[in-house]
Design a protein around this ligand. Structure first.
Ligand code: SF4
Length: 466
């Protein structure tokens, strides 16, 4: 049994994480396979345009998990839109189909919105399904040509939650990093800072984010995140029909909401769970449809945190807006630990790194919003992950639909249970959060790649199409 890990902290190698690294506004269906590639393509196009290159064509090559599940995860769409200069946080999701159709029917693309190049997907977008780039399973290579001669080649990696890394990016150094007021790189150090200065986890996260922006701006950002999360739930509850991709998955949120509203039988108290599931379903159906979502900390797991936050505001009598900020700050601190000490990329960790991490973050956020001590919050986060360890990523047809949509409902229910269990205790427990994060990391490393966002194993190969 793993009960403790070495907490030697390499403050030089570990990059500090801001709330804006954990939550961001994006589009569905995947942060690593849609948003990350879109950002990489946009950055490549913008960089070569600003560096004065005038290419006559561009070749994009996708490797590993991006190639294996890229079509289901709409990596192709992300690449086309990014090359054309669009950013995930700015594009209107309702305009996407029209923009793609224009590129696909004209076989022309305006690189960075200004340089006209031919673009035929069969020729200019290559999926290398059995090759991997060395640094990460989600690799991309972009090459710009002038009259068949290569001008510039750049490689990027989509490392989880929509974040990208360029191949020649220098490793983080302590001098290049922002100076945090209360630097922490483990749950143990987070707890000891809290004890030493009499601060909550939310206080510590807010103070640290002052290294990037004033506290009022961070709070305004969190309020915007909350509004966008709830807008996504509300929009998801209004939509019906079949999700795209060919799996013929029916959207259920609208009819579930209707049946809950019409059911006047009273029922038992566990009906609250139906509402919690509804909130998560609504977000993940929006995500699967390519709609606007808050990446939290990924898109595949984007329903867990909004569902638990909405549960807090709707069903907890003590809820207040300040509590929602505490919820999000605390969840971000826990998400930061996973980003710093392991990974939130399903291509590295399986679904334990997506829904498992979101569950852990939401459990901690809820425990904090309900007035838990730092020890109870750490306990809630630990429970939230401990019972997701080993969770594989095996989406059918490479679509972020089955098991993903329902899995978010399970993550939300587990998060509420984890918070409640922790709040009923005094914070003492056997396995530390650091130990469980390290266990997730080791389990992810040991997991065979067919269970890590490749759709080569698990449900993806045992599903029989009628
Ligand atoms: S199974 Fe989990 S990790 Fe994999 S795509 Fe679905 S939500 Fe993401």
């Amino acid at each position: 049994m793993v009960t403790s890990v070495s907490l030697v902290e390499d403050t030089v190698a570990i990059k500090p994480v801001s709330v804006t690294d954990v939550f961001s506004i994006g589009i569905g269906p995947s942060s690593s396979h849609t948003v990350g590639p879109m950002r990489a393509a946009q950055q490549f196009a913008a960089d070569i345009a600003s560096e004065g290159f005038t290419p006559t064509s561009v070749l994009v090559e996708l490797f590993g998990s991006l190639a294996l599940t890229g079509q289901g995860h709409r990596t192709d769409a992300g690449i086309l839109l990014g090359l054309a200069g669009w950013r995930p946080d700015q594009i209107d999701p309702d305009a996407i189909d029209g923009l793609l159709q224009q590129i696909r029917t004209s076989h022309q693309l305006l690189l960075a919105g200004s340089i006209a190049i031919p673009f035929q997907e069969s020729e200019h977008l290559i999926f290398h399904r059995s090759a991997f780039l060395p640094r990460h399973p989600n690799g991309m290579r972009f090459t710009a040509y002038h009259c068949m001669h290569p001008l510039v080649t750049r490689q990027y990696y989509s490392v989880g939650g929509g974040a990208i890394l360029q191949d020649d990016e220098p490793p983080a150094t302590s001098s290049a990093q922002p100076r945090l007021r209360y630097p922490f790189f483990s749950a143990e150090s987070l707890l000891s800072i809290g004890q030493r200065y009499g601060l909550t986890i939310a206080d510590i996260m807010l103070a640290n984010d002052s290294a990037w922006r004033p506290a009022e701006e961070t709070l305004a950002f969190l309020d915007e995140v909350r509004i966008r999360m709830f807008a996504c739930i509300d929009r998801g509850c209004q939509q019906s029909g079949i999700l795209p991709g060919g799996l013929l998955v029916r959207r259920r949120a609208k009819s579930l909401r209707q049946s809950l509203l019409e059911d006047t039988s009273g029922g038992d108290e566990s009906r609250v769970l139906d509402w919690l599931s509804l909130y998560a379903l609504a977000v993940n159906e929006e995500n699967a449809a390519g709609g606007r979502v808050v990446t939290a900390p990924t898109n595949g797991a984007a329903g867990v945190i909004p569902a638990v936050l909405r549960y807090y505001e709707t069903f907890c009598p003590e809820a207040r807006i300040e509590g929602s900020r505490i919820f999000l700050l605390t969840a971000a601190a826990i998400g930061a630990l996973y980003k710093m000490r392991a990974s939130i990329s399903a291509a590295e960790m399986g679904c334990q790194g997506e829904v498992g991490v979101a569950c852990s973050m939401a459990a901690a956020g809820l425990a904090a919003a309900l007035g838990g001590t730092n020890q109870q919050i750490e306990n809630a986060a630990e429970i939230g992950m401990e019972h997701n360890l080993g969770l594989t990523c095996d989406p059918i047809k490479g679509l972020v639909q089955v098991p993903c949509i329902e899995r978010n409902t399970m993550g939300a229910v587990k998060a509420v249970n984890a918070a409640r269990l922790a709040l009923r205790g005094d914070g003492r427990h056997v396995v530390s959060l650091d130990a469980v994060i390290e266990t997730m990391r080791q389990t992810g490393n040991d997991m065979r790649s067919k269970y890590k966002e490749t759709s080569l194993g698990g449900l993806a190969v045992n599903f029989v199409e009628c």
